[in-house]
Design a protein around this ligand. Structure first.
Ligand SMILES: [Zn+2]
Length: 367
């Protein structure tokens, strides 16, 4: 499991504590609409490095972008999907290329340029997602972005806008001391649906799919697409190579404190096409996705929870709670164990032939 690998390799205490450290003395096993889950655990809300929190945040952000895109298209606007990349080499440090890409994006939309895009192409605002992959040519930070225009743009106008955006991008990247970007690596296309637009920005990457790209000019070449960071975690689990560990740690440290989604005139875009949507931070997004208050099935007190973590049995406990009706004996034995743990009594008092919570839990899970 990615979360387990992450806990073993991360240098961040917060990441290690995510979904392992209880907020209250007892961890809750609950039954929600989507099945059993564990509640009352700390969440790190890291959109970059935590597979679970990133997935929750992505679902929320995809929904927000879909809602805006639906309204924009419905009211006669155009949503454009764009890609910006910078030339990069094997020896480039991730934090440096990340800075270059991120600061160049801000510079593209500075002052009068923003006004020009608004006047000439009806661009009310834009949003960018920064994505990272690692391939043959090293780290490849790149930007996927959406531009929301308040009118229908013709193909010729989009061609014109693309050329202008590329010229802007090229100029700001070169000004920062980088080589001139290859025009083939940049693109701008009309989004055919709100769904496509939101997927383009917030991808299934968080769920483990390879970095997918859309058709035509927005496609990365095979050699450029490389591995997404969570796929590096997968490689650590599969092959245990130090190279991957070094890459993961560089990524973890370079991503610290960075924003994944950044808006240009975000307020104006939201006021126009999604005025009622609440403003949710990443922390709020994780909570709203996960803290549904399903029925409480069991409480797991510290001695038993420690055993669950030691055995990496969180998912076995969730699975057991999910199948409690078909496995009543096993579930009953788990509830007995929860009861003993909550009284903090020695296991022998309850007729078990062991004093080890791990052994007791193993016996229940293997029933
Ligand atoms: Zn987390």
């Amino acid at each position: 499991m990615r979360q387990h690998v992450l806990r073993a390799v991360t240098e961040s205490k917060t990441l290690r504590q995510c979904r392992t450290t209880p907020i209250n003395p007892e961890v809750e096993v609950r039954a929600g609409d989507g099945g059993a889950y564990l509640g009352g655990l700390m969440k790190c809300a890291s959109v970059w490095s935590c597979p679970c929190c990133a997935a929750s945040i992505s679902v929320q952000r995809a929904q927000e972008l879909r809602d805006i895109s639906v309204e924009c298209l419905r009211s006669g606007g155009t949503v454009l999907m764009g890609l910006f990349t910078v030339p990069h080499g094997k020896k480039d440090h991730l934090s440096e290329t990340w800075d270059a890409v991120s600061k160049s994006w801000t510079a593209v939309w500075n002052g009068r340029h923003r006004e020009k895009a608004a006047g000439k192409w009806g661009a009310v605002g834009a949003v960018r997602a920064l994505e990272i992959t690692h391939g043959r040519h090293g780290w490849h930070p790149h930007i996927h972005y959406l531009v929301f225009s308040d009118r229908v743009l013709s193909d010729a106008e989009i061609d014109d806008f693309r050329a202008w955006l590329f010229a802007r991008w090229s100029s700001v990247v070169v000004k920062r001391g980088w080589f001139s970007p290859d025009s083939r690596g940049q693109g701008l296309e009309r989004a055919v649906s709100a769904e496509k637009a939101s997927e383009y920005l917030v991808k299934a990457e968080a769920y483990g799919a390879a970095l997918e790209t859309v058709s035509g000019q927005l496609k990365h070449s095979q050699s450029d697409s490389g591995r997404a960071p969570f796929q590096i975690l997968d490689s650590i689990r599969l092959y245990c190579r130090s190279q991957d560990l070094v890459l993961w740690r560089e990524y973890e440290s370079a991503s610290k404190g960075r924003r994944q989604l950044t808006w240009v005139n975000g307020k104006r875009v939201k006021e126009r096409w999604s005025p009622d949507a609440p403003e949710l931070s990443d922390e709020d997004a994780v909570e709203s996705m996960e803290e549904e208050k399903g029925a409480l099935l069991a409480k797991v007190a510290p001695p038993l929870w420690k055993a669950v973590l030691k055995l990496r049995a969180e998912y076995s406990v969730i699975a057991l709670a999910g199948s409690r009706d078909s496995q009543p004996r096993k579930w009953g034995a788990f509830l007995d164990l929860c009861d003993i743990a909550s009284r903090d009594g020695p296991l022998s008092d309850y007729g078990l032939e062991t004093e080890s919570w791990e052994t007791a839990l193993e016996m229940v899970l293997e029933m």
